[in-house]
Structure formats: structure tokens, C-alpha cells
Design a binder for this molecule. Structure first.
Ligand SMILES: [Zn+2]
Length: 196
């Protein structure tokens, strides 16, 4: 089932997510709904707060990035095969010189801005079977994980922009929260006027 994606301005996007346990109700259904919702919106990641749940769960599937011709064949194949569920994730370490990448977000349609992040991360998480892993990720995969991880910490990529950039996009963000935007997937807008 495709779920509506929560738009910028909704308080749930500002909440720090809570850990979950194996007996979280209907968890398999939740995961399959989240994957369906992400693919329907052509996203490479989706975090639970974006469908209104302040819990520490997010998905990543970097396959759409693999089409980039600037990447080596090896990089393309790595991105194509990377599909993962992260539960109760903690980033233990971030290393290297921060690099810029133009990020977007399904909760903030039509805005893309350069965000600086470190290229190499160590993450501790549970997979969909609640098995624990500690893994190192780099490059674009690390980038997507960092973006989604921020969601479960209540942080959006627009929070990381300079105050000048923030001022420049303020009007656009207000419009998004009011639903004054055309978007081709289902969304829920916090400040939309009720239709009479
Ligand atoms: Zn996002």
C-alpha cells in the first residue's frame, strides 16, 4: 500500500525517533508499504518519520543512482545491488574530508541543494530480521544513509544549509508546507487549508 509522504513543516519530521523491538505491530507490512511508497516516488531512501512514524527505521535502495554514466562500472554495480533496511541505527564514526553533493528529499519536493558530509561512516544497525551488524559504508551509499539517518534524528537537509541559502528557499518551503506545489506522488501537507 502506498502511504502519503509527510511534507516539510510537519512536526513529526523534527522528532528524534525511538528504538523499536521485534514485536513492533505489523512490522513486515510496514516495511513492504515503505518500500512500495519509496519506489512509487522514485526515491533512493525513505525514513519512518516521512510516513508519520517517529521510530528509528529507514530504507535505502541506491539502484536509481547506478544509471549515472560518470561512475565506473564497479561503482554502478555496487549501487545497483544496494538495498537495505536499517533499524535502531547509530552512526558510530564519520571520517574523511566533507564533500558536497546536491541532495533532495521526498518530503521537500523540487528543492535540491549542495550538502557537505564526510565520505566514510561506520554504522551499527539491525536488519529486517533484527540481526545486528556493524558496517563501514562509503561514497554515495554513505551519503544516502547519512541523509536518512538525519531523518530519524529529526534533522532535514535544509537544516544544514547556510543562513543565506535558508533565507533564499524560505518561501518555497512555506509553499511546500501549504501544499502549493505539484508533485506526482501522494503527500500529506501540514498547513494545507481544508477544502470546503
Ligand atoms: Zn529526506
Amino acid at each position: 500500500m502506498i502511504l502519503p509522504i509527510v511534507a516539510y513543516g510537519d512536526p513529526v519530521l523534527k522528532k528524534q525517533g525511538t528504538d523499536i523491538t521485534k514485536d513492533y505491530p505489523n512490522f513486515d507490512t510496514l516495511l513492504s508499504n515503505m518500500f512500495e511508497t519509496m519506489y512509487n516516488a522514485c526515491g533512493v531512501g525513505l525514513a519512518a518519520p516521512q510516513i508519520g512514524l517517529p521510530i528509528r527505521v529507514f530504507l535505502v535502495d541506491t539502484a536509481p543512482f547506478s544509471e549515472d554514466d560518470d561512475l565506473s562500472q564497479e561503482e554502478q554495480e555496487t549501487l545497483r545491488g544496494f538495498k537495505r533496511v536499517f533499524i535502531n541505527a547509530r552512526i558510530l564514526k564519520e571520517e574523511g574530508d566533507a564533500w558536497a553533493f546536491s541532495e533532495g528529499c521526498l518530503s521537500i519536493p523540487d528543492i535540491r541543494e549542495d550538502v557537505f558530509r564526510k565520505p566514510k561512516i561506520t554504522v551499527e544497525y539491525l536488519d529486517e530480521n533484527f540481526n545486528k551488524h556493524t558496517e563501514v559504508f562509503e561514497g554515495l551509499i554513505a551519503r544516502v544513509i547519512q541523509h536518512e539517518y538525519d531523518h530519524i534524528e529529526g534533522i532535514l537537509f535544509t537544516d544544514k544549509l547556510s543562513s543565506l541559502k535558508k533565507r533564499l528557499i524560505k518561501g518555497k518551503l512555506t509553499n511546500i508546507s501549504k501544499g502549493n506545489i505539484s508533485v506526482d506522488y501522494k503527500m500529506r501537507f501540514p498547513n494545507q487549508k481544508k477544502k470546503r
